[in-house]
Ligand binder design. Structure first.
Ligand SMILES: Cc1cc2nc3c(=O)[nH]c(=O)nc-3n(C[C@H](O)[C@H](O)[C@H](O)COP(=O)(O)OP(=O)(O)OC[C@H]3O[C@@H](n4cnc5c(N)ncnc54)[C@H](O)[C@@H]3O)c2cc1C
Length: 441
């Protein structure tokens, strides 16, 4: 049953696993691709240690193992759609992209999304993946129930309201392999999406107004521009009016082809060309663009080139001050950034390990494509800024994940650890990363 992983699914030789960001490469002893809960139980029972991966879209080392790696790529079906309750049960290996397409055909949609849809449902919920909007929690908040195989190879079912639920949903693979998820979905809706440019200072001064005025507000900054690109999205039932040609020009030509060519050109003289190109791009991408489109089109952004990311959640109450310091930190850091910097917002939640646990949050991201050496320096500097300001790191992105610091920031970490030991008494599910960072196993 332990199938060899299909050749060509990963870069490099058979069994070498490489993540999206290409910063994590490892060779598990075996990649198991169970096709049912019964097969999954067998995999977990006979393996010495088990780690599970989704679409490998995390930059952190959360999926790394040299033992058995489970992939649910054969468990991707939509199992049930309850038209009355609008609850949809899926096998947990389905990607958001495939799920969105299937929901769309039935007049349904996911209530909220992040910027891409390549992740699996299980992978996205397990790290607290989020979108933007003060009324919206991380994607895990759409989960109503789930089924998993725990560290002893036993099946467990959990529903919202159960005592362990808030720990297990954003569980980073520490409670078991989640193989089935029931999601609360909504009827299809449109997004009234406005993109425009505004001075950085003005956006900070009017932040509250923007956050209350738009369901999904976020901003992109191309360092060192003194303007930012703002996304002002409102949910609507008004009919679509988006023009495929304009969308192609914006999303494919400008955001993908022109941008990638500029990045290639910048290699000639990064120090001078990156700031120059960023100012030009900021003006072009930020040209006012208004449309009413399908909800997922409004949420998602064009496929980015491979890059690196760190992102931290901070207390929203500090947002104006944080934004000013964030700006200064990136302007004064002595580096160039050939990728957008992103600022998003989410409502506080109750998931024990969610970075937005117990507080409405502003998410500050630092993204770049640079040499490993310079990226390490940028990461260190950004982490110092984040730690000074009580930030909590996104589990799927890069960070130092200092266990002592995390203990002070995540009030339920001890409880999480104790509960994980009940689901996985032999520590079979923990990898080196989870042992060091979370203290599980
Ligand atoms: C280009 C890009 C854009 C992104 N945009 C956003 C964004 O807008 N918002 C945001 O918050 N994040 C974003 N991310 C981060 C991404 O959403 C998370 O890292 C997400 O967890 C990746 O999902 P995955 O399916 O690839 O899971 P993986 O990265 O493969 O795994 C992530 C974690 O989930 C666990 N896991 C996976 N499957 C299961 C399972 N079946 N049962 C139990 N545990 C499981 C793994 O063990 C691991 O701990 C982005 C990443 C990329 C590369």
């Amino acid at each position: 049953m332990a199938l060899d992983y299909p050749v060509g699914m990963h870069r490099g030789p058979l069994r070498q696993v490489v993540n999206y960001g290409r910063n994590v490469v490892f060779a598990p002893a075996e990649i198991a691709t169970p096709g049912s809960a019964a097969e999954l139980r067998e995999v977990v029972r006979r393996a010495a240690r088990v780690r599970v991966m989704g679409s490998r879209h995390s930059w952190s080392r959360a999926i790394v193992t040299d033992d058995t790696l489970v992939s649910l790529e054969r468990m991707t079906r939509v199992l049930a759609v309850d038209a009355a309750t609008l609850q949809v049960t899926v096998q947990a290996g389905v990607t958001l992209r495939a799920l969105i397409a299937q929901l769309d055909r039935r007049g349904l949609a996911l209530a909220n999304l992040g910027s891409i849809d390549r992740q699996t449902v299980a992978g996205a919920i397990s790290t607290g993946t989020h979108g933007t909007g003060l009324a919206f929690q991380c994607l895990a908040a759409q989960v109503v129930a789930l089924r998993l195989v725990d560290g002893r190879g036993e099946e467990r079912a959990l529903r919202r309201g159960d005592a362990d639920f808030d720990a297990v949903v954003v569980g980073l693979g520490c409670f078991g392999v989640v193989y089935e998820v029931t999601l609360q979905v909504v009827r299809s809706f449109q997004m009234h999406a406005i993109t425009e440019r505004a001075p950085f200072d003005e956006v900070v001064d009017r932040l509250d107004e923007h956050l209350r005025g738009f369901d999904h507000f976020k901003l992109w900054w191309l360092v060192p521009d003194d303007h930012v690109i703002v996304f002002k999205n409102r949910r609507t039932d008004a009919p679509r009016n988006d023009n495929e040609l304009v969308r192609w020009f914006k999303d494919e030509l400008l955001s993908v082809a022109v941008y990638r060519s500029l990045v290639a050109l910048q290699r000639l003289d990064r120090e001078r060309l990156v700031p120059l190109c960023n100012r030009v791009l900021g003006r072009e991408v930020g040209k006012r663009y208004e449309r009413i489109c399908k909800s997922h089109v409004g949420f998602l952004t064009p496929d980015p080139p491979v890059h690196r990311e760190t992102e931290w959640a901070f207390d929203l109450a500090d947002a104006p001050r944080l934004l000013r310091e964030y700006r200064r930190a990136l302007l004064d850091g002595g580096h160039t950034y050939n990728f957008i910097q992103e600022v998003r917002f989410s409502r506080g939640d109750d998931f024990w390990l969610s970075p937005a646990y117990g507080r409405d949050s502003i998410w500050l991201g630092m993204y770049n494509m640079d040499s490993d050496e310079r990226w390490a320096d940028q990461l260190r500097a950004f982490e110092a800024f984040a730690v000074r300001n009580g930030g909590r790191p996104h589990w799927g992105k890069e960070a130092g994940f200092d266990p002592a610091y995390l203990r002070g920031q995540l009030p339920r970490l001890e409880d999480f650890r104790a509960l994980a030991a009940r689901y996985d008494p032999d520590g079979k599910l923990a990898n080196d990363w989870a042992r060091r960072v979370l203290g599980v196993g």
